[in-house]
Design a binder for this molecule. Structure first.
Ligand code: ZN
Length: 153
């Protein structure tokens, strides 16, 4: 069945260039329901613009930052790098989410965190001119577009 689906998708792409993505399967939808956007606010810079490797969400300092998906915290530090205070969460499929420029962190390395759990507060630590969340999604060692994987609109 898997081969058939791939073959059909390829055929559709070849036959109708510019075809829209097929509707998400029920499986995909249930997985996505376990994910959330980690902060409320205005998207101020999208992934891929001028080499930007994350998604920026702007809001006032102190805005709640929540885990976008269940996982285990693998990094949490008041780092003085460009990312500032930041947290990295590793998920069951090996992908990671990264939350940068935090004002405060509420999760430590080794913590299990759940979707929508408060893990920090928005800030402007590191290389940031205004309070915002820099949100990255990392698969393997590559950042991918967070909006392809998490419901940030
Ligand atoms: Zn950014």
């Amino acid at each position: 069945m898997k081969y058939l689906r791939i073959a059909l998708a390829t055929l559709a792409t070849l036959t109708f260039s510019g075809v829209t993505a097929p509707a998400a399967s029920a499986d995909t939808q249930s997985v996505r329901a376990e994910r959330t956007c980690p902060a409320e606010g205005t998207i101020s810079q999208r992934w891929g613009v001028n080499g930007h490797r994350g998604l920026d969400i702007r809001n006032s300092a102190g805005t709640m930052i929540v885990a976008a998906r269940n996982g285990t915290v693998t990094y949490s530090s008041n780092s003085t790098t460009a990312l500032g205070y930041h947290i990295i969460v590793r998920h069951s499929d090996g992908s990671r989410t990264l939350y940068a420029h935090l004002r405060l962190r509420y999760a430590a390395v080794g913590d299990t965190v759940y979707t929508n759990q408060l893990i920090g507060e928005m800030g402007s630590t590191g290389n940031a001119t205004a309070s915002h969340l820099h949100f990255e999604v990392i698969i393997g060692s590559t950042q991918v577009n967070p909006q392809d994987h998490y419901p940030c609109r």
